[in-house]
Write a protein that binds this ligand. Structure first.
Ligand SMILES: [Zn+2]
Length: 157
């Protein structure tokens, strides 16, 4: 008796099948592999695993760079600044009260949101097949040559 193995995703049938962006971002948000949703994306706090420990999907292609920090600052800034302004208009507490509330909250929110935002962005990159996630190396395009400019134009003085 033979056991047939049925593919569980479109990727097993068609390697260029569309990938669900929201699902991949949601999986990344909770630190799971964007491909299977089971394996871990991170091997440390913000250190992305080279491959998924469940399905083997290569995750080293990610190029999140500064984007997670940028988006985290934007989100936390809106929460903290709005909260501080509302509290000031509502109760006008002493400065130390603001410091006691908003500084720890800012630190807590940044540290908890940073891995989630980074995972979500890597999920986005994976779903859009960016930076080698589609199986094609990420190489820069050659610079376009302007009209009227010849190949030896750089040699003239
Ligand atoms: Zn996986």
């Amino acid at each position: 008796m033979t056991q047939t193995h049925l593919p569980t995703s479109n990727a097993a049938v068609d390697p260029l099948a569309p990938r669900d962006t929201w699902q991949a971002m949601g999986r990344g948000l909770i630190g799971k592999c964007p491909a299977c949703g089971e394996g871990h994306m991170f091997k440390a706090y913000l250190k992305v695993a080279d491959t998924c420990d469940h399905c083997g999907e290569e995750l080293h292609h990610q190029r999140a760079d500064d984007a997670p920090a940028y988006f985290t600052i934007s989100i936390v800034g809106h929460i903290v600044v709005a909260g501080a302004l509302i509290l000031e208009r509502w109760l006008a507490p002493e400065t130390w009260v603001h410091m006691a509330i908003w500084l720890p909250l800012t630190l807590f929110l940044c540290l908890t949101m940073l891995p989630a935002v980074k995972g979500s962005l890597i999920g986005l990159q994976w779903s859009k097949r960016m930076h080698g996630f589609g199986g094609v190396a990420d190489t820069p395009e050659p610079a376009p040559v302007a009209a009227g400019e010849s190949a030896n134009a750089g040699g003239r003085r």
